[in-house]
Design a binder for this molecule. Structure first.
Ligand code: BG6
Length: 483
């Protein structure tokens, strides 16, 4: 199976923060891979913009290093890399002053898509938006791409939306949540809305509960200062996990169209109940495995920020009344494993004596690693011995299904950047969605702050704090193993 690559329109893509970490690790390696795949036309250009005084050649050298470091060896083609580097330019820019803007304006061409990627600290978003419009660098058709974190609460997100709205229309603003660019996350919509099989069962009547897990083995080392002000709730739940929850819980949009999809997601966020204190478990990792504790990484020995959180969440609408959604995410856990598991209810009546062998049907959507889908169904145990039941998985591993093409799948960032150029906002968050997500998140954080709740310690390499197990045991359910 060969993936179809359709070149996008010619573009000038400006990366503010072009020498930063995200640009090095994700944006430039991703753009190079899209170039290699034939998705960039010959006249498309990428312009790095940052504070440092660099020549085009200096900048190209930093990008070449990033490609060498972050692109797999099998994709390192010296001739293609050299060709890709000729598309790169650099402008030294002062985001908070006047320096560099005239030069940037001179570089921009008419008649191509202009996109501006804000891969900078959120405090600079407003400054850059202002200068782009003040200096006439952006026009009414230009697009801006804004990284997370988009605010740290409802008030700051609203203020940021209002600032951007002074210079850009909502149709020009692409708020990135890279989880929406993941292959399996998009597959969630295909599974639900391109098949007749699941949708009739996709409701409280048939779904016992849903588990969403995003487990990481890495800690917060190196990002301690940012993370300590954020914690797992702001860093992962308000955005990535919320988006996963929306895609599972939303009603079918009338069309796969940016606003139709985002309208339905927004309704889910607005239908979320406040979360009760007993339905929240926060954790913080201890030292272990040769690594320091969270408090060593956060450079704050008394930090009460959570590196782990588990929540029991309810979507209060007709479809989901009574079906809990259990969310958990954490750092320094047993394995890197992200998945969504939808557990269906028991059949209303068993005709088999072998009730003991019975287990629930579960649909597991595996985000990473080993992307794929597994549907656990009951069958008869093969061979003689009467009607004994056993559970088997119907497996669909993307790596097996796609063979060599699997390595060609674009990663989340490269897919999303190409969507910006195509002008497709479906996989980007709308301003009202982000605000609704904060409106749900704020009281949860305010609640534990006011109560003075402290996170529970957990050992690295485990599945998190003990109390998180209780969150499900209490309901007669169990978390799936993290592996
Ligand atoms: C980022 C968070 O948005 O997502 C990180 O800030 C987290 O803390 C990362 O590690 C997880 O992304 P992925 O794609 O590796 O699952």
């Amino acid at each position: 199976m060969v993936s179809r690559v359709i070149p996008v329109e010619p573009f000038d893509l400006v990366i503010f923060g072009g020498t930063g970490d995200l640009a090095r690790r994700k944006i430039f390696p991703g753009l190079y891979r899209r170039f290699l795949a034939g998705q960039m036309t010959a006249d498309s250009r990428i312009i790095g913009a940052a504070r440092a005084e660099l020549s085009d050649d200096d900048f190209r050298a930093t990008v070449a290093k990033a490609i060498a470091e972050f692109v797999s060896e099998s994709r390192q083609d010296p001739a293609m890399i050299a060709e890709f580097l000729t598309r790169l330019h650099y402008v030294a820019i002062d985001a908070t002053g006047a320096g560099g803007w005239a030069a940037l304006k001179d570089l921009m061409r008419e008649g191509v898509v202009r996109a501006f990627y804000f891969s900078v600290a959120p405090t600079l978003f407003g400054d850059i938006a202002l200068r782009l419009s003040q200096h006439g660098v952006a026009d009414a058709a230009s697009r801006i791409v804004v990284e997370k974190p988009f605010g740290r609460d409802l008030a700051s997100a609203r203020a940021l939306n209002a600032t951007l709205a002074l210079h850009f229309d909502e149709t020009q603003i692409y708020r990135i949540d890279h989880y929406l660019g993941k292959e399996t996350v998009q597959n969630l919509m295909a599974v639900r809305f391109a098949n007749i099989l699941f949708e009739p069962l996709w409701k409280a009547e048939y779904v016992d509960h849903v588990q969403i897990t995003v487990a990481e083995t890495v800690g917060v080392e190196g990002r301690g200062a940012y993370y300590d002000k954020s914690g797992a709730m702001r860093d992962m739940v308000q955005n990535h996990m919320m988006q996963l929850l929306c895609l599972i819980a939303m009603e079918p949009p009338y069309h796969f169209d940016p606003n139709a999809v985002r309208d339905e997601k927004l309704k889910v966020i607005r239908a979320l109940d406040p979360v009760r204190p007993q339905d929240i478990v926060r954790g913080q990792y201890l030292a272990g495995g040769g690594q320091g504790a969270y408090t060593a990484h956060s450079e704050n020995p008394h930090s009460t920020t959570e590196s782990y959180i588990a929540l029991r969440v309810h979507v209060s609408n007709w479809r989901w009344k009574g079906t809990p959604f259990y969310l958990r995410t954490g750092k320094r856990l047993r394995a890197r494993a992200s998945e969504i598991a939808i557990t269906f209810k028991e059949p209303p009546h068993s005709i088999f004596d072998d009730a003991q062998g019975w287990r629930e049907n579960v649909l597991v959507i595996r985000l990473q690693p080993d992307e794929g889908m597994h549907l656990k169904v009951m069958i008869k145990e093969p061979g003689p011995g009467g009607m004994r039941l056993m559970q088997v998985p119907l497996d669909m591993s993307f790596a097996d299904a796609l063979g060599d093409d699997h390595d060609d799948l674009p990663d989340a960032y490269e897919r999303l950047i190409m969507d910006v150029i195509r002008g497709n906002q479906t996989l980007f968050m709308r301003g009202d969605e982000v605000e609704a997500a904060w409106a749900w998140t704020d009281p949860i954080i305010e609640g534990w702050t006011a109560r003075g709740d402290k996170p529970q310690s957990y050992d690295p390499g485990t599945s998190g704090p003990e109390d998180a197990l209780m969150l499900m045991h209490r309901d007669g359910r169990r978390w799936r193993e993290i592996r």
